[in-house]
Ligand binder design. Structure first.
Ligand SMILES: NC(=O)c1ccc[n+]([C@@H]2O[C@H](COP(=O)([O-])OP(=O)(O)OC[C@H]3O[C@@H](n4cnc5c(N)ncnc54)[C@H](O)[C@@H]3O)[C@@H](O)[C@H]2O)c1
Length: 448
């Protein structure tokens, strides 16, 4: 019933939530993959349709503009391939003509729509609407009841177990998790979450698609939060708990600054844990914890501090240009410059207290490198080993906090293995190193 080849499966696709952060990137990737198939032998006589479906009609014109600009950028980078694909088009002489033809090729496939009915003809549905189990289930049910093709549903959920969505929407195994990272066009990682009911054909297709999109695939088992959020949420809760613990001896805003510094400068990560929570969104992190929590029997994935911040309207997130909005921390020109104080209901600039906190943490050992230098370093592992050896020998609070933090991160990684969320340490490390840009994986020997 579902037996169709790769290209045929991709002749009629719908992206749900296409105007969102994730949906727009997924649309871009699929639009280019489908245009490439159309231009390849065997594709020319097929009719490719890519529905960009979103309930927000105001957002759709902007989405099409975004798509045009992004395809243009991507096409400029693949002119050699495009010249091959357009080898028969003798009318296209200049590179700019080839690029223009390709941009139009992609845009001609895409149908911006606000109605779900568009998905009734699709063989493949990519879902990236809000992280809401009821909403996702309702949409899947409606499409499945009206679509005669028994479509496959690829959901971008970051935390909801696929098995539950499958049984709630009665999809009989025609759903899997295809979890892109933000932004989908740039981030290399895709977590694929399968369930036992999936056919081999469906899983092979998903892997083939991910490979054609040039993604690194990590397979995660179907446990709420999967590997990425399974680590991130627990890491965030540890960071928050550490700040709360320190706040017995110093004001909370200083403790937050300190733990953010530990998790960035000392652990040599691209950003500190509080900045990362802001980047993803205080509201989103809190929400993902709420989705995951009922599935965790022996843990409470919940933070009162995030609730209090959320209640005060502190949400973080990003502006349209990717820059960070104020959240737990305050940002100026891409740099954190202050911390929100619940007591004062305002931001307190780092300049008022950072020197004092830095002095208390102690001097950063000289072997420590900024994350940017570490990722470029040719002997990264030696550097990381040397840094952790220095922490083990140092009595300053900063060194101790860093070592404890890295050990907790390792423990979280090992917990993901023991609870069979991940099948290998390499998978856990790959998710953290590609999806979160860590310079080294959490499951390592350096911190023991
Ligand atoms: N943002 C991230 O970093 C990230 C990363 C990985 C996965 N995800 C997951 O991807 C999904 C989308 O997240 P996002 O951050 O892109 O959200 P978003 O709010 O940016 O986008 C959601 C889009 O869905 C649309 N929408 C809402 N209800 C709809 C409906 N009934 N039908 C069609 N469209 C509808 C909205 O108008 C919006 O454009 C969520 O499941 C989220 O957990 C997000």
């Amino acid at each position: 019933m579902n037996s169709m080849d790769y290209t045929e499966r991709l002749t009629n696709v719908t992206v749900l939530g296409a105007a969102g952060k994730m949906g727009s990137g997924i649309l871009l990737l699929l639009g280019m993959e489908m245009a490439d198939l159309k231009l390849k032998p065997g594709g020319e006589n097929r009719n490719f349709v890519l529905n960009a479906m979103d309930i927000s009609s105001e957002a759709l014109p902007g989405l099409m503009k975004y798509l045009r600009s992004q395809v243009l950028k991507a096409a400029e980078k693949k002119t050699v391939l495009l010249r091959q694909l357009y080898a028969n088009r003798r009318d296209l002489i200049e590179n700019s003509e080839v690029i223009e033809a390709y941009v139009n090729e992609v845009l001609e496939l895409v149908r911006p729509v606000t109605r779900l009915e568009a998905a009734y003809d699709s063989h493949l549905i990519f879902e990236a609407v809000a992280e809401n189990t009821e909403l996702k289930t309702k949409i899947f049910k409606q499409i499945d009841a009206n679509n005669p093709h028994h479509p496959w549903f690829f959901t971008n959920t970051s935390s909801i177990p696929i098995g539950g969505l499958n049984s709630d929407a009665k999809l009989e195994g025609r759903i899997l998790g295809f979890h892109f990272y933000n932004p989908p066009a740039v981030q290399k990682l895709v977590e694929i979450i399968t369930i036992p009911e999936n056919t081999e054909e469906m899983v092979e297709f998903a892997e083939q698609l991910a490979s054609n999109l040039r993604k690194i695939v990590v397979k995660s088992n179907d446990v709420a939060g999967f590997i990425g959020n399974g680590h991130f949420m627990r890491d965030a809760l540890y960071g928050i708990a550490e700040a709360e613990r320190l706040s017995k001896d110093m004001p909370l805003h200083q403790a937050i600054y300190g733990i953010n510094k530990i998790s960035q400068d000392y652990l040599m990560r691209p950003m500190g844990i509080f900045q990362l929570i802001d980047y993803v969104g205080v509201d989103v992190v809190r929400f993902i914890m709420m989705v995951m929590n009922p599935y965790m029997e022996e843990e409470d994935l919940h933070s009162d501090l995030l609730d209090q911040l959320y209640d005060k309207g502190i949400k973080g997130g990003q502006n349209a240009d990717g820059s960070q909005k104020n959240g737990i921390l305050q940002y100026e020109k891409g740099r954190a410059v202050g911390v929100y104080s619940l007591e004062k209901e305002d931001y307190i600039p780092f300049s008022d207290f950072a020197a004092k906190t830095d002095e208390w943490l102690g001097l950063l050992p000289s072997v420590v490198m900024p994350w940017k230098n570490l990722v470029r370093s040719t002997n990264k592992n030696v550097v990381v080993e040397t840094v952790f050896a220095a922490y083990k020998k140092c009595d300053d609070p900063g060194c101790k906090l860093a070592l404890d933090y890295a050990r907790r991160s390792r423990e979280i990684g090992r917990q993901l293995l023991e609870t069979h969320v991940a099948t290998s340490s390499d998978d856990v490390n790959t998710v953290l190193m590609t999806g979160f840009f860590h310079a080294y994986g959490p499951i390592n020997e350096f911190v023991i």
